[in-house]
Design a protein around this ligand. Structure first.
Ligand SMILES: [Fe+2]
Ligand SMILES: [Fe+2]
Length: 177
């Protein structure tokens, strides 16, 4: 294997001092920063919409005494909120502004907010939303490639958890009459 030739130390040190105002974004950042921020904001909106949908489903399922589904809905709501936080944090690191304006969220979101009329519909809509998130995050990971490893890793971590969520919903759906 070839040795990795790092940029020489003097150049690295000099470069780090340029545009210090850009914080974590260095001269070596090779992704399209505006585009990555746009994708992060769409994903943030997706996570926020998914948090709200799972919250609604949690409270509705609790009313229906569907405790297994309710437990899953609540856990997913909490994890979607954590995903939202990680994305918002990354947007700020990249010098962008996270969009939290509720008037804009459903238009930005990849997945839809579907209330669902009964437990089966709720689980079905959650499974659909997870599948949308899985496909969009996989595409984003491929788009980023090796140009922004940190953002890519965040999306990979979230993607893995969305796959677990989809699996959970598929399992519950199978057991519903
Ligand atoms: Fe999520
Ligand atoms: Fe999810």
């Amino acid at each position: 294997m070839l040795n990795l030739q790092l940029t020489d130390k003097l150049a690295l040190r000099e470069r780090a001092r340029q545009n210090v105002d850009n914080g974590a974004v260095t001269e070596g950042y090779s992704a399209d920063r505006e585009e990555v921020i746009r994708l992060l904001n769409e994903s943030l909106a997706t996570e926020l919409v998914c948090t709200l949908r799972y919250k609604r489903h949690y409270f509705m399922a609790t009313g229906l005494k569907a405790s297994v589904a309710a437990d899953e809905f609540l856990e997913h709501a909490q994890q979607e909120a954590e995903h939202a936080d990680r994305l918002a944090e990354r947007i700020v690191q990249l010098g962008g502004e996270p969009e939290f304006n509720p008037d804009k969220l459903s238009a930005l979101s990849h997945a839809e907010y579907k209330a669902g009329k009964n437990l089966k519909e709720m689980v079905y809509e959650d499974l659909v939303a997870e599948r949308i998130a899985i496909d969009s995050y996989r595409e984003i990971v491929q788009y980023i490639g090796d140009k922004d490893p940190t953002t890519r890793r965040i999306f990979e971590d979230i993607l893995a958890q969305e796959e677990e969520h989809a699996d959970d919903m598929a399992d519950i759906l199978k057991d519903l009459p």
